[in-house]
Design a protein around this ligand. Structure first.
Ligand SMILES: Cc1cc2nc3c(=O)[nH]c(=O)nc-3n(C[C@H](O)[C@H](O)[C@H](O)COP(=O)(O)OP(=O)(O)OC[C@H]3O[C@@H](n4cnc5c(N)ncnc54)[C@H](O)[C@@H]3O)c2cc1C
Length: 384
């Protein structure tokens, strides 16, 4: 019976929809069902952190609704339906209290925002942005307001600091991080970005936690660990994302940082696959667009009967801080090595070289981003 059941993809983010598009290029006959807890609109998530500079409402960022995507993909799209359980032995999903059979299942569940302890009590005054609905909610909360407190100085916190400044807001960033994007950047490159963001008007309190955060005069008041008080009209929490693994773990699938899959993107169950932010592919959990596009192409082949493994070339990340152009290829594969820094001002070139002299990563800011293509060619593949 399960052989006649559809291929089911859970999740209609970039991973789920791009897999469906790639799959339909190879197989126009197999029944396809997509299930999404959100409204199933197709949008490009990276555009969420450039929307204030461009003055875009959430509806303007949506490219197609669920019905249009269903027609385009010759698929059924169940929007606003949450999958609550998977039974791998029976090959069924539980959704809205009923059982849905699948022939093969793909988890494209994305990642969850990490929450600050004050989240519940502050309601709309402290939000996060991880999907189109969050973006719409945040825009609505900002109407008539000016000062934004961003908590977190990772890639997403920094992109929103730049974007909200360009959108006319007064931005303060507070983070325990010693410098901007410490997981990605060596300090001198981070300092270049910070200077350019400060020139735009952003205020930073780095290396500093928040002791108390409370509602005050319709806004927020933060007391920092160093005793500084920061007042703002609106808070944006950007302290990181955690791959959604609960559903897989409850079904008995192997999980680590993400849902564990091999190079064919197969989980510990032979009929269940995973890709995108929720997946840990051969030890790598890369929460970026390029890896999921590469994964979607490989998995589409496997699901259409021609098993393929995914390979990742090194894929540098263009960080959207237009105040200071920035591109980074983190040294993912290097067990040891050092950053070698040159350049000055905004234009910093940092290359990570291992003890054998092999380039393993780089971070380039300002005019140094022009070296991206040349340096990328020298990097070893991330997954081969
Ligand atoms: C603000 C922002 C800016 C970014 N900018 C960049 C960038 O410039 N470059 C880059 O490479 N990457 C960027 N990223 C990261 C990139 O956008 C993500 O890696 C990518 O969009 C993840 O896609 P996904 O489909 O895996 O997850 P998601 O888009 O999160 O989709 C997950 C889907 O799963 C569904 N779902 C989850 N649980 C269930 C359930 N139980 N039942 C049913 N449905 C469920 C959700 O409703 C959703 O449809 C950015 C991320 C953010 C937040």
């Amino acid at each position: 019976m399960t052989e006649n059941a559809p291929l089911v993809i859970v999740g209609t983010g970039l991973a789920g929809y791009n897999l469906a598009k790639e799959f339909r290029k190879l197989d126009s006959a197999r029944p396809l069902l997509l299930v999404s807890a959100d409204d199933g609109r197709f949008y490009s998530k990276p555009l969420l952190s450039t929307g204030f500079a461009k003055g875009k409402e959430a509806d303007e960022l949506a490219m197609q609704d669920a019905a249009a995507m269903a027609a385009q993909l010759d698929a059924e799209v169940l929007a606003e339906v949450t999958v609550s359980a998977i039974d791998p032995a029976a090959r069924t999903l539980t959704l809205d209290g009923r059982e849905q059979p699948y022939s093969d299942l793909v988890l494209a569940l994305g990642a969850e925002v990490r929450s600050l302890p004050w989240r519940e009590q502050l309601g709309e005054r402290l939000l996060s942005i991880n999907d189109l609905a969050d973006y719409g909610r945040f825009r609505a909360a900002l109407v008539g307001r000016k000062k934004v407190l961003i908590i977190g100085a990772g890639l997403i916190g920094c992109e929103f600091a730049n974007d909200l400044s360009l959108g006319g807001f007064e931005v303060t960033v507070v983070a325990t991080d010693p410098w901007l994007m410490p997981q990605l950047l060596p300090e001198p490159v981070a300092a270049a970005v910070q200077r350019r963001l400060e020139a735009l008007g952003v205020t930073f309190h780095l290396g500093c936690g928040i002791r108390e955060l409370a509602a005050s005069d319709g806004g927020l008041q933060a007391l920092l660990d160093d005793g500084t008080e920061v007042r703002a009209d609106q808070g944006l929490s950007a302290i990181g994302l955690t791959p959604r693994t609960d559903l897989a773990a409850a079904a008995g699938l192997s999980v680590g940082r993400g849902v564990l899959v091999d190079a064919q993107l197969r989980t510990s169950d032979p009929h269940i696959y995973a890709l995108g932010d929720c997946a840990e592919v051969a030890g790598l959990n890369l929460m970026y667009v390029m890896p999921l596009m590469t994964s979607a192409r490989a998995l589409a082949k496997t699901l259409s009967g021609a098993p393929a493994t995914v390979g990742y070339p090194a894929m540098p990340i263009m960080v959207k801080t237009p105040a200071c152009p920035l591109v980074v290829a983190p040294p993912l594969k290097a067990a040891a090595g050092d950053w070698q820094i040159s350049g000055d001002g905004e234009d910093v070139r940092a290359v990570f070289v291992d003890p054998q002299g092999q380039l393993q990563g780089f971070a380039l800011s300002g005019a140094a981003v022009s070296e991206k293509a040349l340096l990328t060619r020298e990097l070893p593949a991330w997954l081969s």
